[in-house]
Design a binder for this molecule. Structure first.
Ligand SMILES: NC(=O)c1ccc[n+]([C@@H]2O[C@H](COP(=O)([O-])OP(=O)(O)OC[C@H]3O[C@@H](n4cnc5c(N)ncnc54)[C@H](OP(=O)(O)O)[C@@H]3O)[C@@H](O)[C@H]2O)c1
Length: 259
């Protein structure tokens, strides 16, 4: 892929920070997005000096329509745009009946509306280049449904299906689309959540570095569209795909009643 501008949302921590790192190392100029201005400025400065690329910090809360509009306008004015990584996201725990509705609405805007609007804004420049791509950071959670995690699974299922449809639409144009579906990854994501803590087996955890390296390798090789890092997680996804939905319901009801 020829180098150009790479836009990464949620670029100050975890998977997004690692995308910024590995894309900077490949020689991409970067436009980085997150809410915390100070942390964003420090990230931009550190990446510019370690990789010798141009890095622009774009502070924005992508759960707000007006901030997404500002970024849409910035993308529309970027003919050098080569890659959009829709990564910013968060999780919640707890029953919908007791949930903070504003936070749930913010999740739907951040995981669904913002990536769709940003992809739409990026496409004209990508199609003109006949190159580059869009990576939507989804999750293994998008293959299941889960009590205590209702909207997280549903929004990630949207991102995966959206990516598969868009990839089909763009077939033959040179523009690639990926739904990156990691399992548990060591980032700030789990610590940022409040609510009952679930225990996850240690052997299933991935590093952000390996997740991002696999994602970029898949994109550069031209597929697959649904990219699941880690052999163990690919087995998990295969098992989920072979499991009746009624059994997934039984498992999640049992697990949630124990939390
Ligand atoms: N970690 C996992 O186990 C895991 C597994 C599967 C999928 N994922 C997905 O991977 C993506 C990245 O997660 P992560 O684990 O790297 O999380 P993380 O370490 O918590 O990082 C989240 C990043 O997103 C930014 N962000 C959060 N809300 C934002 C908003 N409203 N507007 C703009 N930026 C925002 C944060 O910066 P500010 O707070 O400064 O805005 C931060 O840079 C998410 O979409 C998540 O669903 C994670």
């Amino acid at each position: 892929m020829s180098r150009g501008l790479a836009v990464v949302t949620g670029a100050t921590a975890g998977i997004g920070r690692e995308f910024a790192e590995q894309l900077g190392a490949r020689g991409h100029d970067l436009l980085l997005v997150a809410r915390d201005r100070q942390r964003l400025a420090a990230t931009a400065e550190s990446l510019a000096s370690s990789h010798g690329v141009e890095v622009e910090a774009f502070p924005a809360d992508l759960s707000r329509d007006d901030d997404v509009t500002r970024l849409v306008e910035r993308l529309a004015a970027s003919p050098r745009l080569a890659l959009l990584v829709n990564n910013a996201g968060f999780g919640t725990r707890g029953r919908l009946a007791e949930a903070d509705i504003e936070l749930q609405e913010a999740m739907l805007r951040l995981h669904v509306l913002a990536p769709m609007r940003l992809a739409r804004a990026a496409l004209p420049a990508l199609l003109a280049r006949r190159d580059g791509g869009v990576i939507n950071v989804s999750s293994v959670a998008g293959f299941i449904f889960s009590a205590g995690n209702v909207n997280y699974c549903a929004t990630k299922a949207y991102l995966t299906t959206f990516s598969e449809g868009l990839a089909a639409e763009l077939d033959g144009t040179g523009v690639r689309v990926q739904a990156l579906c990691p399992g548990f990854t060591r980032t700030e994501f789990h610590a940022r959540m409040t609510g009952p803590v679930e225990r996850h087996p240690r052997f299933l955890w991935l590093s952000a570095r390996s997740v991002v390296a696999y994602s970029l390798q898949c994109l550069e090789r031209g597929g697959p569209v649904v990219c699941v890092p880690g052999f163990r997680w690919r087995l998990v996804v295969l098992a989920i795909r072979l499991t009746p939905r009624s059994l997934i319901g039984w498992v999640t009801r049992r697990q949630y009643s124990r939390v």
